[in-house]
Design a protein around this ligand. Structure first.
Ligand code: C2E
Ligand code: CA
Ligand code: CA
Length: 416
């Protein structure tokens, strides 16, 4: 970073004297974290070296390439004539990343998001140019990743948006402005209710109910996931216990835990405390984890999962099949259920490939004594296929969309 700042300073004073244009490209690799999470840091390091090499080969000798941090690189194009020159280089960079890298014998492709700032048009200082390029990079991410964006003055507004959303989320946490919706899981063999998944929503003052896809990742990045996750766990257990006290819902509730929550908190200790406080029996609680959790710090993950199992709480692998996962963890960790990701279910029974994948997951699950749940089941044909393949449970719009607590209670109560 220091070298980049020094060199960029020199390039700028030269450009000032000779009156030429300089472009700063802020390059961030999309989904690099997934590589680290699933293949390990060693593979991640190797990939970064290979990426750096390709970046260097795509620019001229007089240009600069530096790595700022993690998966962030900066390229400085020292002598260009028009913004188009910068665009051409950026497109070339995106293109060179498209041919596969070989990491630990696996072919991987990378897509970079690139933000571009220009001297002297956008700013005339080292700091200012880097900031503008960084801002533009975020816009590239927002517009679907794997593309490049030039800095534009209005883009900074984004920064205040982030602050505003963070403030609103903090207020939401303080005032408990969240609700849980519940989606039933049904036994394919006899149609009986076998459980609910709790899904969080934010009651936004202006926008109404906001779905988790719009705020969970954001909360993680702003360090706000812990209080939200704690509230969800407590509320799901409290609600289920209340239903059970009325003689409804003698089935478990499944709560989603993001990888970050799982790693940062004493999850087992907190779950024990919540079960104690709400009086819910442990066998009526399940947690849903994505594969990325299991690829990390084996020892600690195993310890936590064993502690959760020891409480009597169930463990489900969510979105199964979507991570770059090794299957070794299936026998290493105490897991009860595999949840077949919606993306595999969606195009069945038409897509032969997807039918093959779903078949394989169900068979493997059974050989390993794991129950299988298919999510996102929307049609009778899908349900019929899953039944035939021996899948245990289904969840999806065909049975019911997620419902608020009142509607869930009506859904459970015998028609009166
Ligand atoms: P997920 O765990 O895969 O949850 C299933 C999502 O699929 C839910 O979206 C649900 O409404 C939707 N869905 C259910 N059935 C169908 C169907 O038949 N067709 C289609 N197209 N969609 C269906 P939702 O509620 O927006 O949740 C999105 C994601 O947010 C969840 O994905 C989960 O990863 C995360 N999430 C939800 N609640 C929590 C929470 O309390 N904590 C954490 N950490 N993450 C949560
Ligand atoms: Ca889930
Ligand atoms: Ca899913």
């Amino acid at each position: 970073r220091r070298f980049l700042m020094e060199q960029l300073g020199k390039v700028l004073s030269m450009a000032r004297r000779r009156k030429f244009m300089v472009a700063v490209l802020f390059i961030n690799l999309d989904h690099f974290k997934t590589v680290n999470d699933s293949l390990g840091h060693h593979a991640g390091d190797q990939l970064l070296c290979d990426v750096a090499e390709r970046l260097r080969q795509s620019v001229r000798d007089t240009d600069l390439v530096a790595r700022l941090s993690g998966d962030e690189f900066v390229a400085v194009l020292t002598d260009i004539h028009t913004p188009d020159d910068a665009a051409v280089v950026a497109d070339k960079l995106i293109d060179t990343m498209r041919s596969a890298f070989t990491v630990g014998n696996l072919p991987l492709t990378m897509s970079p998001s690139i933000g571009i700032s220009l001297f002297p048009g956008d700013d005339t200082t080292v700091q200012g140019l880097l900031r503008c390029a960084d801002t533009a990079m975020y816009h590239a991410k927002d517009s679907g990743r794997g593309n490049r964006q030039f800095y534009q003055p209005g883009m900074d507004v984004h920064a205040t948006d982030v602050l505003q959303q963070e403030r609103q989320l903090r207020e939401a946490i303080a005032s408990n402005a969240f609700v849980l919706h519940y989606q039933p899981q049904i036994c394919l063999a006899d149609g009986s209710l076998k459980g609910f998944e709790a899904l969080v929503r934010w009651r936004h003052p202006e926008r109404g109910l906001v779905g988790p896809d719009e705020f969970i990742t954001f909360s993680e990045s702003r360090g706000l996931i812990t209080p939200i996750g704690r509230w969800v766990m407590h509320e799901a257990c409290r609600q289920l216990k209340a239903w059970q006290d009325e003689g409804l819902a003698m089935v478990p509730v499944a709560v989603n835990l993001s990888a970050l929550e799982f790693r940062q908190r004493d999850v087992a200790g907190e779950i024990a405390a919540v079960l104690h406080a709400t009086g819910l029996e442990p066998r009526f609680l399940e947690i849903e984890l994505t594969e990325s959790v299991l690829m990390h710090h084996t020892g600690q993950v195993l310890e936590t999962l064993n502690a959760i199992k020891a409480l009597g709480v169930g463990v489900t692998i969510d979105d199964f099949g979507t991570g770059y996962s090794s299957l070794a963890y299936l026998k290493r960790y105490p897991i009860d259920k595999l949840k077949i990701d919606r993306s595999f279910v969606m195009d069945t029974p038409q897509s032969a490939d997807d039918v093959a994948i779903v078949t394989a997951i169900i068979q493997m699950g059974h050989s390993l004594q794991l129950k299988t749940v298919a999510e996102g089941v929307e049609t009778a044909e899908q349900k019929e296929l899953l039944h035939r393949l021996g899948c245990d449970l289904v969840q999806g719009f065909l049975v019911s969309a997620p419902m608020d607590a009142q509607a869930t209670q009506r859904w459970m109560s015998p028609q009166g």
